[in-house]
Design a protein around this ligand. Sequence first.
Ligand code: SF4
Ligand code: SF4
Length: 695
Amino acid sequence: MDRQIVFLLVLLLTLLVFGFTVRKYSGYFKHTRKGFPVKQLGRRFGVMMEVAIGQTKIFRRPVMGLLHALVFWGFLVILIGSIEMIIDGLSGTERALAFLGGFHSFIMASGDIFALIIAVGILVFLFRRVFLHVKRFSGIEMKHISHLDANVALTMILLLMVSLLGMNTFYILSATHAGHEVVGLYPISNMFASWIDAGDHNEFWHQFNWWMHIGLIFVFANYLPYSKHFHVFMSVPNVFLSRLEPLGKVDTMESITREVKIMMDPDQAFASPPEGAEAEEEVPERFGIMDVEDVSWKNYFDSLACTECGRCTSVCPANITGKMLSPRKIVMDVRARMKEKGPGLVKNGTDYSDERSLLRDYISEEELWACTLCNACAQECPININHPSIILGMRRYLVMEESAAPGELNAIFSNIENNGAPWQFSQEDRVLWSEGKVEVPLMSDFPAKGENPEYLLWVGSAGAFDDRYKQVSVAFAKVLNHLGISYATLGVEESSSGDVARRAGNEMLFQMQAMMNIELLNGYEVKKIITCDPHAFNTLKNEYPDLGGEYEVIHHSQFLRELMKDGRLSLNGASLSGKKITFHDPCYLGRANGEYNAPREVLEALGSTVEMKRNKSFALCCGAGGGQMFKEAEKGEKEVFIERTEDALETGADIIATACPYCMVMMTDGLKYKNKEEEISNYDIAELVANSLNL
Ligand code: SF4
Ligand code: SF4
């Protein structure tokens, strides 16, 4: 009975301290902003089983991934044994779940085996951390305390496993000596029991290890919330609460939608909402993220779940090329800032100020503007943390509250406002790309004929104005004409999709462009859109629906692949015989929308292909996204486009194939920088198809 009372007191103390921690964090959560609603529970459960329980993203790095996954799965099994220990501790029983028979034996045996696997895994992790210089474990955000914390937590896990094996081993010895039945199976501890025997002290060592194990669990449970190993608790729920939208989709700011609607149609905007409709979000005090109370609950949840593993930073093109940005730091800064400001917010309310802020005191403008919004960090994160949403939130604050965008971006904002394109060209010149080169039908000619084309070809600003990409627009239009596709363009009526404005933080300008375009597209009753530009593809497909524009949007690589499948397009590689092609994945086609195969299938029909070492979801950004195309890169050791061009050159390919206007510009610049433009060509897949058809 004494033992049970002591156990109960220890358990109550543990729960009390844990409850205090939960209360503290829930107070902080109350001072975050509304995020997305948690719906689609079935789908969320599937994502959780796949990513968290199945550990699928961890396996993107197979060797350490396997070790980490084994440790995680082992923890799940051992957890059941720990529940049994708590029941035993409270009720004074020994192996209380033994009545489960075979299942109990299975869990005990699995736990025993996993304890050894975890112990070995932890020793490997500790060795790597202490003796090997693994790049992703370092960085400006990785202070001495971060390393110490990791090592303390790993050592505690090691002791947990040692005490578990010790408990099982001395339980077997003690029960056997006393002539009692050994309940459960313990293959590893049986082996240890055959090597050691403490004679009369077996029961003492059994009890010692039992108390040490349960004591460590209690201490660990209260240490974790203050450690990077909080992810032991947080990672599974964090994955369950993941964003379910495609990576490329940016969340729409409803407060801005309301402002834009008022500007565009004041009568409509002030009309009362229809009965049953949800009331629109109140206009927040400021747009975007300036300090920690501006982040969403999910951003903060992400920051608590972060394992500081550095996988995000290790794939970040800005970080790889020596810029200040580290996505891991962004997430850790949110956590650190809340730790600093949270108590004041809880005590004094949301108006509390300590004269410091997340922006500038923690995260500099230089870090924010170095991001290409390529989503490699979010793709890589094993627990689905979304870093770009924080970066973009802070850009939104800089642009919409402080007008503090870099000068080049301010220039493109005015160009889009005045000319409908990021460049300083007149809207009237949008049709010049095709003049004298290819006949292109215009949408405005169709209503008079009482017809509607099947597809709208969205040319995009680069397709209409960029000298190199105009050739791609011409090539693709020739292919469409050759195959007799029913299509038309908007001509001078087309305007910037708003993609670049949105990613540069100007949500207001994006929504104005989007609403204007949607009105035009809906007026023409457009149903299907083809585009060569993955940025427009992503925006029209994923972001316009939030504002009332629902279309089937098809990237030209997908369209060409479908035509091949239907037998309407047959390609032969005669024009490219003997040439090797390597394909650079555009971020907004690949990672953002999961389309890796369509361009490859088209290219494989044209000639022999070779992959870069970083390809598909691992592909490195060209360096142009997120507004970078229009501004000077932040200082670093190298430009991103050079790093990517080096990937392409390493393959020994004769042709770098691209499927995006920005990638085309960057890879062409990279070839020039490397003095390789005479030897290696850069073509869009539309041009390669047009060439093979002799168009
Ligand atoms: S989106 Fe790309 S550039 Fe930006 S932080 Fe993530 S990996 Fe780095
Ligand atoms: S954000 Fe994700 S990938 Fe980056 S350090 Fe944290 S857990 Fe690792």
